[in-house]
Ligand binder design. Structure first.
Ligand code: GLC
Ligand code: GLC
Length: 816
């Protein structure tokens, strides 16, 4: 069953029933102020950091799903009936419902009792606030007398503390109400210099700021006492749960529409000017008043919305494609690119599956995410790289995570994930290929966030490389440490204590367990580093990288090849994992994908053989599972991977993140049909028709789809914030369509289904627009016969960097 449809022209997904299998969400904000919003107006907002600067509360894992949100109530003052125009939280039957999730905004429209309502939620560019533009129309033949109530629940800033530390928090909440604006100022009296505000363009009939007064004791958001009786209590919060609710009366003639704007925002004052008058305890509102006034004016709201649309036109316009496949097109042109921007902004912090109080930004995650967004926001990608590199340790290892608000490495999680440093090389390489900005390598960057420890970024890459050289195990393969890309393959953990973190507990000294995956990644990264060093005139260093890569390749052939596929790892006893000699977990996806991406086995047929094994043992109609056979019980020497029931997550789930590695590998061996087939299996748009099984949003990729061993094979989980976003985007644009930035230009090397007649791509690259038409008259998958640039034949497969800011026409003819 479908729960909606794509509107590609408007770049929206239109949800046509509020009862989706799970809340289907969207993101508001793209700079510093963010929110998640579901199709029934659930979700929450925060400034920069979902844990440390949370503006509104949310009730996780609740029944019913998705409680806490940006709620409005409409009350008919003649009949006393009231309902939520977003369906939740009253869940009153609506005569019409439509939620449009778009680029950075969500509009929820509905009709009930012949009253039509439409609320558009968005964050204006450059601001730290969100707007709810509410429009209400009377479709009755007689006048309507309505009341509109708003409702949000303030979070007391640190979302973790807010949800646990009640002995304190029930006594700290404070608000101010001035000119109809509700100011939330908990802890402003002491060390905070920020506050939240909630304003409304309508004339207030009343307000509430104490949650339990607004709701009434033992009531929930489906029947607030204030709404039921049709009148606010004008409550002033002191302790307990500060809340924001406005009451506005709206009278409408038949056919008449009125607009009310609500503004929820975050504001900081200079520390020495927090209060007005100085010495008082009253918030200084001089700096925030003009901001509020601006956005309570409908004309400015309309202009801000238009500017947001134009921003996305620009960002998405950098890469546009038209292929014979509508699912691929809408992912590449709209949703997958948009999802990459969400992973840029959120990393893995705030979604329906990530509570926002857990993880900060991951070192490995963010470096990989770069592959998906570097072309859209190169300047911000540069900043991200430098932030990440500053959390690198002097050893070359890295803090596994850092908190975006402080940009400091997270000591609780620490380091020791031995793949981490190489992702920095991959990220920097992608950045330079996109921008040609070699100067980034000279940027001084701290180690361990320590002032005075600055070294050029290039030195960081060198230490990344050396990190592995200094951590080689008994077979000559890299030691795995706490884990490699697979956070759940914990070969040094040996935990038998419930609740112990598999990632941060290390009970073995870690001098034996090795990773073939890191070996492959090392070869890939070493070749990139060689190219970078060569380009910078460091021929000796380049040679060393190449030599070490070759040496590692030999080790992989010797100890990492199992006969029909690549071994995954060696455990603490020196026994192979992911080998035919194993009873469970005989073959893993990661080492196949990564080894082949590093070029291993391309010459002698081993790559093809490994891919055949993947196809035989791991591929399912819903994607490629992580390993087989699934682990049927907990193995103390393998850790978290065997903690999941078979078919879920890393225990033989379809971990979509690494499916693209196999797809890239298939394009490298020229198998365009299979590459595209694998891509389509996990493409959410192509899965829209099985919405009842898939259950997650059909417009974004999910981290995981239940594998064949699970009772719910095909069910997706953990949508939005996953490395899948960047990897699928990178795969589709650079390896299937094959328009791939390289150090010296734009490489054209498609690998497509044979049936395709061709496709077109418009790409802005280093300031030049390339209009590329690819023709496939002989129906091949791979191979370029001829390239014409502005009518002139090109001898190489690389489109030159023109540096002229003009548009160039490129015709590519495929064939042998
Ligand atoms: C999660 C983590 C990522 C890891 C993957 C596999 O997606 O964010 O860092 O590589 O799981 O365990
Ligand atoms: C859990 C998840 C894994 C994730 C890790 C790190 O182990 O299964 O996917 O990468 O947590 O937070």
């Amino acid at each position: 069953m479908r729960y909606g449809r794509f509107d590609d022209r408007l770049r929206e997904y239109v949800i046509t029933t509020p009862q989706t299998p799970l809340p289907w969400i969207n993101y508001l904000g793209c700079e510093a102020y963010f929110g998640i919003i579901s199709n029934t107006a659930g979700g929450y907002s925060f400034y920069r950091d979902a844990r440390m600067r949370r503006l509104t509360r949310y009730r996780y894992n609740n029944a019913p799903f998705d409680l806490g949100g940006r709620y409005l109530y409409i009350r008919d003052n003649e009949s006393s009936k009231f309902w939520s125009p977003s369906w939740q939280p009253t869940r009153t039957k609506l005569d019409r419902y439509e939620c449009r999730h778009g680029m950075g905004y969500t509009t929820i429209g509905s009709t009930c009792n012949k009253i039509e309502a439409e609320t558009c939620y968005f964050v204006p560019l450059g601001e730290t606030l969100e707007i709810w533009r509410f429009r209400v129309t009377n479709r009755r033949k007689k006048p309507a007398k309505l009341s509109v109530f708003s409702s949000i629940e303030f979070c007391l800033w640190d979302a973790q503390d807010d949800a646990t530390n009640f002995q304190r928090n029930f006594s700290t909440g404070q608000v101010e109400i001035e000119d109809g604006v509700i100011f939330h100022k908990t802890e402003y009296r002491e060390r905070r210099n920020h506050f939240a505000y909630f304003a409304c363009s309508g004339k207030l009939a009343g307000f509430d700021t104490q949650r339990d007064t607004f709701l009434g004791a033992y009531r929930s958001w489906d029947s607030p006492a204030a709404v039921e009786r049709g009148r606010s209590f004008n409550s002033v919060a002191c302790g307990w749960a500060p809340h924001g609710s406005h009451h506005v009366k709206v009278s409408l003639k038949p056919g008449e529409t009125k607009e009310v704007v609500f503004v929820l925002g975050y504001h900081e004052n200079p520390v020495d000017r927090k209060f007005d008058p100085p010495g008082s305890q009253t918030i200084n509102k001089k700096t925030v008043r003009p901001v509020i006034a601006r956005y309570l004016d409908s004309r400015n709201v309309a202009a801000a919305f238009q500017a947001l649309k134009e921003y996305w036109d620009g960002v998405l316009g950098i890469y546009q494609a038209q292929s014979p496949d509508p699912h691929a097109d809408r992912m590449v042109n709209i949703w997958n690119a948009y999802q990459c921007m969400a992973t840029f902004n959120m990393s893995r912090s705030a979604s329906f599956y990530e509570s926002g109080i857990g993880r900060g930004l991951g070192f490995r995650d963010s470096n990989q995410d770069l592959l998906g967004f570097v072309h859209m926001v190169p300047a911000r990608a540069r900043e991200r790289i430098l932030d990440l590199a500053a959390t690198q340790l002097k050893t070359g290892g890295a803090f596994h995570q850092y908190q975006p608000l402080t940009k400091r490495g997270n000591n609780d999680v620490g380091s020791g994930f031995n793949d981490d440093p190489h992702w920095l090389i991959i990220g920097v390489a992608a950045y330079i290929k996109e921008t040609g900005d070699w100067g980034i390598l000279d940027e001084p960057v701290q180690y361990e966030n320590e002032p005075g420890s600055e070294q050029p970024l290039y030195d960081h890459l060198r230490r990344s490389f050396n990190y592995t050289m200094e951590r080689i195990g008994p077979h000559g393969l890299p030691l795995i440490g706490r884990a490699d890309w697979n956070d759940c393959l914990n070969l040094n953990c040996f935990s038998d204590t419930p609740g112990e973190s598999f990632q941060t507990t290390t009970n073995k000294d870690g001098k034996v367990a090795e990773s073939v995956f890191i070996a492959g990644l090392f070869v890939l990264a070493a070749r990139e580093l060689a190219a970078i060093a060569g380009n910078r005139g460091m021929a000796g260093e380049a040679r060393r990288c190449v030599a070490e890569a070759e040496k590692m390749e030999k080790v992989i052939y010797e100890h990492g090849w199992d006969g029909q596929w690549f071994v995954r790892a060696y455990d603490d006893f020196g026994k192979p994992i992911g080998s035919k000699v194993c009873k469970e977990g005989k073959i893993f996806i990661e080492s196949q994908g990564m080894s082949i991406m590093a070029g291993i086995g391309l010459q002698d047929g081993k790559a093809r053989q490994a891919l055949e094994s993947v196809n035989k043992h791991l591929a399912t109609p819903h994607g490629i599972v992580l390993q087989q056979p699934a682990f049927s019980r907990y193995y103390v020497h393998m850790g978290e991977i065997s903690s999941y029931p078979p078919g879920y997550k890393e225990n033989a789930g379809i971990f979509c993140h690494n499916n693209p590695w196999i797809i890239i590998a298939e394009t490298m061996v020229g198998n365009g049909d299979r590459a595209f087939d694998y891509y389509t299996r996990i493409n959410p748009s192509a899965r829209e028709k099985i919405g009842d099984l898939h259950r997650c949003e059909p417009y974004v990729f999910a981290q995981m789809i239940a594998g064949k061993d699970a009772p719910t094979h095909g069910e997706a989980k953990n949508s939005w914030l996953t490395g899948t976003a960047a990897w699928t985007y990178y795969t589709a644009t650079q390896w299937i369509l094959g328009i791939r930035p390289d150090y010296d230009g734009l490489l054209v090397d498609p690998c497509i289904p044979k049936a395709w007649d061709g496709f077109t791509v418009q790409r802005t690259f280093r300031g030049t627009r390339y209009q590329i038409t690819v023709q496939n008259p002989r129906h091949v998958s791979k191979g370029v016969r001829e390239i014409l640039v502005d009518g002139r034949k090109l001898s190489a497969q690389i489109l030159p960097v023109f540096k002229d800011g003009k548009t160039h026409d490129v015709t590519v003819v495929m064939g042998k």
